[in-house]
Write a protein that binds this ligand. Sequence first.
Ligand code: 13P
Length: 341
Amino acid sequence: MNLTELNRIATTMVAPGKGILAADESSGTIKKRFDAIGVESTEENRRDYREMLFRAKDAMSQYISGVILYDETIWQNAKDGTPLIKLIEQAGAIPGIKVDEGTQALPMCPGELVTVGLDKLAERLKKYYERGARFAKWRAVIDIGSGIPSMTAISVNAHALARYAALCQAAQIVPIVEPEVLMDGDHDIERCYEVTQRVLNTTFQELRVQRVALEGMVLKPNMAIAGKKCAKQASVEEVAEKTIRLLKACVPAAVPGIAFLSGGQSDEEATAHLNAMHKLGSLPWGLTFSYGRALQAAPQKAWSGKAENVAAGQRAFSHRARMNGLASKGEWQSSLEQKAA
Ligand code: 13P
């Protein structure tokens, strides 16, 4: 393992002004997104859609440091035969790959899930590296509800995340460690804070036990935020202040960077929250976005599966990428959104 090189890549992924495009929706998830815009989820439509994003020059070269791909995409070619992964490299961004294989019910823990995909992971990582992937992603899912999460769910998911991360580093791939505490419930921000704290502490404990080099990874956490169904929503300032307090308490300074998931926040909320965090003063790690929905909802709508809408889709993507790029430096203002609209 070359830790200097892993650290260089991790640092590049979270460089100020840039962030990560999470375009790694599984076949099931992309079908849901396509259903919403009335597009059939065929292999060709998925290719055309992702080709549109990766060919958005402005966004890709100025605001996107890396792209997380799904297995199908990493092997696909653009319409003209160029491998999609080459389009990403040509734009100056780093290709990455989602390597978990989704979730399964966790035995003895009703309603809870464990992420799977460790079997044969070492072999798969080798192939992805040869294809050009320089980082990977594994997402653990922790739900908040009555009596959950259990310590069992937190600890098995943390164990799997650390197993994955160690295998990645041994294969010279930077692991994005993503323990996502969902914002689907009716819990308040305090409960999210308390659960996320337990999840992050357990995850870093496992990472240490399994000898993962913190200098060669990126953390992808949720923010401290109230559940979507909670009557009492926190202000942008409260989300920013609590999230930074939580991360400072749980994430060692040796970690080069933190890149948030958007998790169901609206496009503008996800941008405003990141921006507000950077207004709070200097931080021990790089802090940016690794958004899926909050970067892609607008371009998906603008494109709607029509070739004549490709330019509009790319404009919508470039706008969100630029807004989030500015937020990653604390330079975003809501007036910039209105101007574009
Ligand atoms: P969202 O930003 O849509 O939450 O997706 C990010 C991601 O990669 C989830 O694993």
